[in-house]
Design a protein around this ligand. Structure first.
Ligand code: ANZ
Ligand code: ZN
Ligand code: ZN
Length: 788
């Protein structure tokens, strides 16, 4: 037979499949399966071999589901807006539209080299007006529902440049451009009210087939916390302060209160605060820090006493000092806490640093209260409940989750469809005027406001309410996470000009059955997509509450030197080179064979040779295909192979599926023979992993149609049974031993087994055999004269 020439074969079938349009989404009435990759950001650097790992897995899964008779929706598109393209434009003056387009073309050709079975008719690009028109429409839906609103929020601000800075533009607390200190400044920004859905976002996690660690991250981010709000009276000025606590049972251990530096009480009591000058200075100092910096201070949390201001303990009526400190955040709970240094670590660190009293109130061994008046001896739960009642507290559930800040002072994003009229104020752009197109008459030099603020064409608009000419557009753009919060819906109906997707197509395809992407950086994407789905459900556009039923993460592929693959390390391996040298089938098999799908594993070009040899073995085996029916051993091995490969694909255990295929081939290779039927079935099992060679050999042996369109083989439970049994061996009617045999063995083969038994073999030496009576499954009796 001819040499295995991967280049020729792969090109041939890629062309044939494309011509026959075998990957177009089925439109029939068959069961559906929606298999989705987290769509990529088309970066200028192109793909390295790590990127397609997840795509190969979803491709195998999609091919498998297709051959199981599902209509499979398996699309690909581009999460194209974002900062890298904009930064590149700032550097080179090449508009992001252009660089994005060429990056997409490059990505696409790399992906096509792997024969991933995407339906390219459904390709979407979030930076195209046809797409972001619907992102803007979504914004308007939220706006009308009161779920998109404007409020002041902290941003990085440089007082010297008078501009807002992105996190990436702040270096060690200093402005990247002028070196001046960056402060946190409150400016009006757009938010989505995700907090309205906090409870459902938490409780629905339960129903999802997702990795537990990912569900835990979602849950952490949402941060549901049940506790109580308790009031503390303050004298001079006469007022009160509310604290949020999860441990009302520790009330007798409270030795001081702490307010966030932003707490309104501080300014209200300004007249009474003896050390105001220092307090003010402290507040200014903390204003420069982000929340993250504030809580990661460790034991070194700073604070300052509000001199001469005291709170009254609600039960003991003792006076309590009040501090302000960075470790209490204004955005959580009530922005004020009751400090229990004996039970709370942060409070203990602070109390030790400032020499404040520590009163033990819990017997940790028994879980009951001590030093707590009438509550002493009670359990934590019971005491907590009673104390809340006693002091007239209110039970509350809080969430760490904050509303989603969607405003970006950036160019390369979807413009927010809002107008400001000097007569009518804030006016939403009418739906019929969408999309609000991103202008191109801009220069990209960052000033802190979006570059489109200075575009003249952009603001050429009249108020849709009053026709007033003094109207300006909102110049902030949307966070790119908004674009990716609904793209899975667009794939169901990507060319729809009238709706974001028709109800019929959404019903046909959603929810996504299998979603695959990296575990890193996905907490927010997943949370936002879940939120938007819940919003659309509330508005009646969809009938389900979760977008992604099953989720799997691929592990990273690390460079051969053990580091992350990165251009700057010079250790990037380009899939194009690997495909050129070893072929797409080898590359696909190798990435799946490296190890468990979600493990991070080092790349090793050397190891590809191993899978390449396997492919060559399959190729050679094609010369030994015979027309006879396969024997029992071949049949059994085949059926156990079908079973294992089927179960492993379902379970995303691609590495063990491949090793099962390898074992099968090694067996046939040793036999130098395989029946035609068995060979076809084997090729069907191999096809999702290595589609080109499977198709080629299938066709060479007279297979009909494309192998990708054949039905997935079934295994026969009966054929799997290991039909071994132990058989009684008699010599001249006397039981002399037992042998383990296969029920399908012939009399001669059974005798072979008998002779392998050393004891029986010894006895047989003394017999001149005349007759052998074999009753399959029961007995073999050897008759003859015994010499002695
Ligand atoms: C007294 C106490 C005693 C507390 C104790 C905890 C342990 P989670 O579970 O994360 O919701 N807290 C409340 N508001 C805060 C804020 N704005 N900034 C920083 N800390 C705040 O945490 C709730 C607990 O964190 C609350 O219960 C409060 O301290 C603190 F043994 O009150 B606790
Ligand atoms: Zn500056
Ligand atoms: Zn107006």
């Amino acid at each position: 037979m001819s040499e295995y020439n991967h280049k020729q074969i792969e090109k041939k079938w890629q062309d044939a499949w494309e011509k026959a349009r075998v990957y177009e989404t089925g439109t029939g009435a068959k069961k559906k399966c929606y298999v989705l990759d987290m769509f990529p950001y088309p970066s200028g650097a192109g793909l390295h071999v790590g990127h397609p790992k997840g795509y190969i897995a979803t491709d195998i899964y999609s091919r498998y589901k297709r051959s199981q008779g599902f209509d499979v929706l398996h699309p690909m598109g581009w999460d194209a807006f974002g900062l890298p393209a904009e930064n590149y434009a700032i550097k080179t003056k090449i508009p992001p539209q252009e660089t994005t387009q060429s990056a997409i073309e490059n990505f696409k050709s790399q992906i096509k080299g792997l024969s991933l079975s995407y339906d390219w008719n459904r390709e979407i690009n979030t930076s195209s007006p046809e797409y972001y028109r619907w992102t803007q429409w979504l914004f308007l839906k939220l706006y009308k529902e009161g779920l998109a609103y404007k409020k002041n929020a902290k941003v990085n601000y440089c007082d010297s440049c008078k501009t807002v800075l992105a996190n990436e533009q702040v270096n060690g607390g200093l402005c990247e451009r002028c070196g001046h200190e960056v402060i946190q400044k409150e400016l009006p920004q757009w938010f989505f009210k995700i907090t309205d859905f906090a409870d459902a976002l938490e409780s629905d996690l339960m129903n999802l087939d997702w990795p537990e660690s990912t569900k835990a991250s979602q849950s952490n981010w949402i941060g549901k916390s049940e506790g109580a709000i308790l009031k503390f009276e303050i004298q001079n000025p006469k007022t009160e302060v509310e604290v949020f606590t999860t441990r009302p049972d520790t009330l007798f251990g409270v030795t001081y209160l702490v307010l966030a530096p932003e707490h309104p009480l501080i300014n209200e009591s300004r007249e009474s605060v003896r050390n105001w000058e220092y307090v003010e200075r402290y507040i200014k100092k903390i204003a420069k820090k982000t929340d993250l910096e504030r809580i990661s201070e460790g034991k070194n949390k700073t604070g300052i006493r509000l001199g001469d201001i005291y709170a009254i303990h609600p039960i003991t009526k003792e006076p309590l000092e009040i501090f302000i400190s960075e470790y209490v955040l204004s955005g959580y709970g009530t922005g004020a806490i009751m400090a229990v240094p004996s039970s709370d670590e942060r409070d203990r660190d602070f109390a030790k640093k400032y020499d404040l009293p520590i009163v033990e109130v819990i017997d940790d061994k028994k879980g009951t209260l001590i030093n707590s008046g009438e509550y002493t001896g009670m359990s934590i739960e019971e005491a907590g409940k009673r104390i809340v009642e006693h002091v007239g507290g209110e039970k509350v559930t809080t969430y760490r989750l904050r509303d989603w800040l969607v405003s970006r002072q950036r160019y390369w994003g979807a413009p927010i469809p809002i107008l400001y009229c000097d007569q009518c104020g804030e006016v939403p752009v009418p739906e019929k005027d969408l999309p609000v197109v991103l202008p191109t008459d801009v220069d990209f030099i960052p000033t802190g406001e979006s570059p489109i603020a200075r575009s003249e064409s952009f603001h050429d608009v009249v108020c849709p309410k009053c026709g007033g000419k003094n109207t300006k557009r909102e110049s902030d753009t949307l966070d790119t996470f908004v674009c990716s919060s609904w793209y899975y819906l667009r794939f169901t109906d990507p060319a729809n000009f009238k709706e974001f997707a028709s109800a019929e197509n959404i019903k046909r395809w959603m929810p996504v059955d299998m979603y695959v992407g990296g575990a890193e950086h996905t907490v927010l994407h997943l949370l936002y997509a879940r939120f938007i789905t819940k919003v659309l459900q509330k508005l009646g556009y969809v009938s389900f509450s979760e977008p992604f039923l099953s989720l799997r993460h691929q592990g990273l592929i690390i460079a051969e030197d053990g580091r992350k693959m990165s251009k700057s390390f010079g250790n990037v391996i380009n899939p194009d080179d690997i495909i050129e040298r070893y072929g797409s089938d080898s590359m696909r098999l190798y990435e799946m064979f490296m190890g468990p799908f979600n493990d991070s594993i080092r790349w090793s070009t050397k190891n590809i040779i191993g899978v390449r040899r396997f492919i060559e073995k399959v190729w050679r085996l094609s010369d030994f295909v015979v027309e006879r029916k396969g024997d029992e051993v071949e049949k059994r091995l085949l059926h156990s192979t079908i079973k294992k490969v089927t179960e492993d694909i379902e379970g995303f255990k691609f590495n063990t599926a491949i090793s099962t295929l390898m074992i099968f081939i090694n067996h046939c290779d040793a036999q130098k023979s395989i029946s035609q039927d068995t060979f076809f079935t084997f090729l069907q099992l191999l096809a999702p992993f290595a589609p080109h060679i499977s198709e080629e050999l299938y066709q060479q042996h007279g297979g009909k149609g494309f192998i990708v369109n054949t039905k997935w083989p079934h295994y026969d439970e009966g054929a799997l049974e290991e039909d071994t049994l132990s058989l009684v061996v008699q010599i001249n009617g006397k039981v002399r031993g037992k042998v383990v045999v296969d029920s399908a063995m012939s009399k001669e083969e059974v005798m072979g087994e008998v002779r392998k038994d050393t004891l029986l073999e010894k006895r047989l030496h003394q017999v001149s055999i005349q007759k052998i009576v074999y009753v399959p499954g029961r007995v073999i009796n050897i008759v003859g004269s015994e010499s002695n």
